[in-house]
Design a protein around this ligand. Structure first.
Ligand SMILES: O=C[C@H](O)[C@@H](O)CC(=O)C(=O)O
Ligand SMILES: [Zn+2]
Length: 278
């Protein structure tokens, strides 16, 4: 288990950040290391984002020091999306097989979570999001066919995309975690445009299926003070509650969004007018 802690920030200070400081604060450059679990604990709603990459052995989700808890899910819930080969997540002895892009919700109180690949030649990569939880809800797998799909944007505005709601209140009961996956259609590059904020919830974006020689320019900041971070495949970025989160790729790509905070109302967003962005 490897972990890193990040404190939260405010928009008045963010105005003065240079590229290096911006990346240190918000970019999670690496989530997957062979036979490791890597976590980033952010004080933005105490959200944890990370990755489990079991290749030659199974990996157990251990507690980390900042939680001061006997086990990881003592007062937390967990969302898992597999972005690698077929894998298995075993929760207190119950095994859930996850194919590519399938998700699992794990409620608080489960003591043992173990990740493993079913074929070490095509190892699983489990993207993880975890948030504080003060009620225990049942564990549930959300397979490809269980996702709620929404078509957004259009080819004309280069933002044609399919949004898959995975862990939302229509599919599974959670305390505060919401997760989904949005795939840009071929030739479309703009995600979350028109951009929005939701001051009630922070968010983390994890970009993948970014071609090796391409990149995504992630936009953050307030409507009148936007900044960008160039991101590569399988990197994540923390978006505080006051920040927009949007981006354009040099090619099409897919991303997983995860949110936590005040409410569980996915559609509760304050949308910016494109011509008001600065
Ligand atoms: O608050 C919602 C999240 O930012 C994403 O669901 C937005 C998104 O996937 C998209 O518009 O492409
Ligand atoms: Zn959002």
């Amino acid at each position: 288990m490897k972990y890193e802690s990040r404190y939260s920030t405010n928009p008045l200070d963010f105005k003065h950040y240079d590229t290096k400081r911006t990346r240190e604060q918000y970019l999670i450059p690496q989530l997957f290391e062979v036979d490791e679990i890597m976590l980033t604990y952010t004080h933005e709603d105490r959200f944890i984002a990370g990755g489990a990459f079991p290749m030659s052995k199974a990996l157990k989700l251990e507690t980390i020091e900042p939680l001061k808890a006997d086990y990881f899910l003592h007062r937390r819930e967990l969302g898992v999306v597999n972005v690698g080969g077929k894998g298995e997540v075993s929760v207190d002895g119950v095994a859930y097989v996850l194919d590519y892009k399938e998700a699992l919700y794990v409620g608080s109180g489960d003591k043992e979570v173990i990740f493993k690949s079913l074929d070490s030649a095509a190892p699983a990569q489990f993207y993880l999001n975890s948030t504080p939880a003060h009620q225990s809800f049942p564990n549930k797998k959300i397979g490809r066919e269980d996702a709620i799909q929404i078509e957004l944007g259009s080819p004309e505005t280069a933002n044609h995309r399919m949004l898959n709601k995975l862990i939302v209140n229509e599919t599974v009961e959670t305390c505060q975690l919401q997760m989904g996956m949005t795939a840009l259609q071929n030739g479309s590059v703009w995600n979350t445009m028109p951009a929005h904020v939701h001051d009630r919830r922070m968010e983390v974006y994890f970009y993948f299926e970014v071609p090796e020689d391409q990149a995504v320019m992630h936009l953050m900041g307030e409507q009148e003070e936007s900044r960008h971070i160039w991101m590569h495949d399988k990197q994540a970025v923390i978006s505080p509650a006051w920040s927009m989160h949007s981006g354009a790729g040099t090619a099409s790509y897919t991303f997983i969004w995860g949110m936590a905070g005040e409410n569980l109302d996915y559609g509760d967003m304050d949308i910016f007018k494109i011509t008001d962005l600065k």
